[in-house]
Ligand binder design. Structure first.
Ligand code: HMG
Length: 440
């Protein structure tokens, strides 16, 4: 049977960064440890003045196509997932294809282009669409390009400002992939929620604390749904568990929730019974609130155990190394987490072929999706091609005033006065017209 999955991945980080504990926290009169320890962030990536979701997505895709030796004829489908579309009209994939056509002097006239929207989960949904397209035999031997690209900016002065970021991830979906093989089983948790919205506005209206609860509630439902169609999961089933990572502190909570769920009725729960007791069962309680409180108490104990901490260090921590340096990339975030984990495995010379990943995607609004992937032969060569460390090292370190200027340049609702400032690298600030965006 044909296997379908992710054949190659490329990451494009915004060209500037903001040091959160060092530059941002003092300006906000906050403790640097809120960022280092609480949110788990060191830097946020930001686009330079001449970058946007199109240039970042096109650059990621170009690196991927060059590396794989592809021409436009090899691509039958281009889907862009974004939460930051800038003109709210035609799909961003048309702009990105336009940039690539200029570079390759060839066209994508026979490729199906689209744009997926469901907050951060739409990157994963685009992969699903590509998978289904290939599995249905409609691809005529061609591959699909999925590009997740976002400038995740929040209004200045809002609490979301702590968790911003920008960058793009390009992924090639093919038959007989070289990175990970996708499976047919998926679990969903989905509900009509209004915790994070952008109704005709660029920056989100977000209830931060509630958005975290909604993330965890939908993720729990998705795990339960996955178990109902796949198998009863055990923590040792997975080499890594990449989650959607708005900031690493969120994944700390998701990881604990997943672990608590997976150890139920296993030898791990039995082994921990003397130390922290067995976890509460719903049937032991009169009402849901009392049961939830008891579960919370159990989780507070669980997270302090060596058993949990060592599992977390092996299975979750490696998924966070890039996120700590770049912040939230919305649609690209879970795919950055996967790449982080595989990159760590390659650096540690681990043999991952045949091992499973459990991938937890999430989008506000709200929906979580869980699926398993199998790492395939060839993964190491693919992942060693990433130059993300180099990109991160080369980013320009913004001071606070420069950060505010960059933020204003990317604020679509603001007209930045051309004469008002010149950036530290001498770039004159002016919002580019669409026909000027092809800076690949
Ligand atoms: P905040 O008010 O900036 O931060 O809100 P805080 O005061 O809650 O502190 C954050 C953490 O740092 C807390 O840890 C503090 O205790 C800790 P927690 O209690 O949660 O475990 N802390 C410290 N730790 C050590 N030393 C210290 C210290 N001080 C504090 N000195 C919030 C944070 C994330 C709510 C805010 O930044 C926000 O609203 N962000 C945007 C919304 C968001 O990212 N939500 C995440 C879930 S929803 C999602 O992921 C979807 C999304 O990606 C969109 C999409 O789907 O497209 C957003």
């Amino acid at each position: 049977m044909t296997t379908v999955g992710i054949d190659a991945v490329e990451i494009w980080a915004g060209k500037t960064k903001l040091d959160l504990p060092g530059t941002f926290a003092p300006e906000k009169d906050e403790e640097p440890d809120k960022y280092r320890k609480g949110l788990g962030l060191v830097n946020s990536s930001f686009p330079d003045v001449y970058e946007d979701i199109v240039t970042m997505g096109a650059n990621a895709a170009k690196r991927l196509m060059d590396r794989e030796g592809l021409t436009p004829d090899d691509i039958g489908r281009i889907d862009v997932a974004t939460e930051s579309a800038f003109d709210n009209s035609k799909p961003v994939s048309t702009y990105i294809a336009g940039c690539l056509e200029d570079v390759y002097d060839d066209d994508f006239h026979h490729a199906n282009k689209g744009e997926r929207k469901f907050a951060c989960i739409s990157g994963t949904q685009s992969i699903d669409d590509a998978y289904n397209w290939i599995k249905a035999g409609r691809n005529r031997g061609r591959s699909a390009l999925v590009i997740a690209t976002d400038t995740a900016l929040y209004a200045r002065g809002s609490s979301g400002e702590a968790t911003q970021g920008a960058g793009a991830v390009a992924m090639l979906i093919t038959e007989d992939p070289s990175l990970v093989e996708l499976s047919t089983e998926q679990g969903y948790g989905s509900a009509d929620e209004t915790d994070f919205l952008k109704p005709n506005q660029q920056f989100p209206s977000v209830d931060g604390k509630r958005s975290m609860q909604v993330y965890l509630a939908r993720m729990r439902e998705a795990v339960e749904d996955f178990e109902s169609v796949a198998w009863d999961m055990h923590p040792d089933d997975f080499a890594y568990i990449p989650f959607h990572t708005p900031f690493p502190g969120m994944v700390r909570k998701a990881g604990l929730l997943g672990y608590r769920h997976m150890i139920r009725d296993t030898e791990i729960e039995d082994g921990l019974a003397d130390e922290i007791g067995r976890q509460p069962r719903e049937s032991e309680f009169e009402d849901w609130d009392a049961y939830e409180d008891a579960i919370q108490e159990y989780m507070d104990e669980l997270k302090r155990t060596d058993t949990y901490q060592s599992w977390y260090a092996d299975t979750i921590e490696p998924t966070l190394s890039i996120a700590r340096e770049v912040g939230n990339w919305y649609t690209g975030s879970v795919h950055v987490a996967r790449a982080s984990a595989l990159k760590t495995a390659a650096e540690q010379d681990r043999d991952l072929a045949g091992k499973k990943l459990l991938v937890g995607s999430y989008g506000s609004g709200a929906q979580a999706e869980i699926h398993a992937e199998t790492v395939v032969d060839g993964w190491r060569e693919e992942i060693e091609n990433l130059n993300i460390d180099e990109q991160l090292d080369q980013r320009y370190d913004l001071d606070f005033e420069e950060y505010e200027q960059i933020h204003d340049v990317h604020n679509h609702d603001m007209t930045v006065d051309v004469e008002e400032f010149t950036t530290p690298r001498g770039v004159r600030v002016r919002r580019p017209r669409p026909d000027e965006r092809a800076t690949v």
